[in-house]
Write a protein that binds this ligand. Structure first.
Ligand SMILES: CC(=O)Nc1cc[nH]c(=O)n1
Length: 101
């Protein structure tokens, strides 16, 4: 089974179903719809759930919108700030949509 890690601060939102996408650089987006993926925390690799990937779509940083922000349980300015901190200067992102399984 493939694995993906999330920062610890996202764990509660994922488990509550409030965060249903993740925006990743290309090297971290090697998923296709239907993949069942083990999820662990980036900081300590502690497992916390499994997800099913429901879609993978390229998205430009400059095209991020309120729908993406809602899917991340953030405001759009918060989302742009977070992504800018994780991937400074990166314009081409991939939106991985998922559901808890
Ligand atoms: C570990 C890691 O890169 N986590 C990320 C990155 C972007 N979005 C996200 O939800 N989680």
């Amino acid at each position: 089974m493939k694995n993906i890690t999330f920062y610890r601060r996202f764990e509660t939102d994922i488990l509550a179903g409030r965060k249903t996408i993740t925006l990743r650089e290309a090297s971290d987006a090697d998923f296709v719809a239907g993949d069942q993926v083990r999820v662990s925390r980036y900081e300590d690799d502690v497992y916390f759930c499994n997800i099913e990937v429901t879609g993978v779509t390229p998205v430009q940083f400059d095209d991020l919108n309120d729908t993406h922000a809602v899917q991340e349980n953030m405001t759009l300015p918060e989302l742009k700030q977070v992504i800018s901190e994780i991937y400074p200067g990166l314009k081409e992102l991939f939106m991985i949509e998922f559901r808890l399984i």
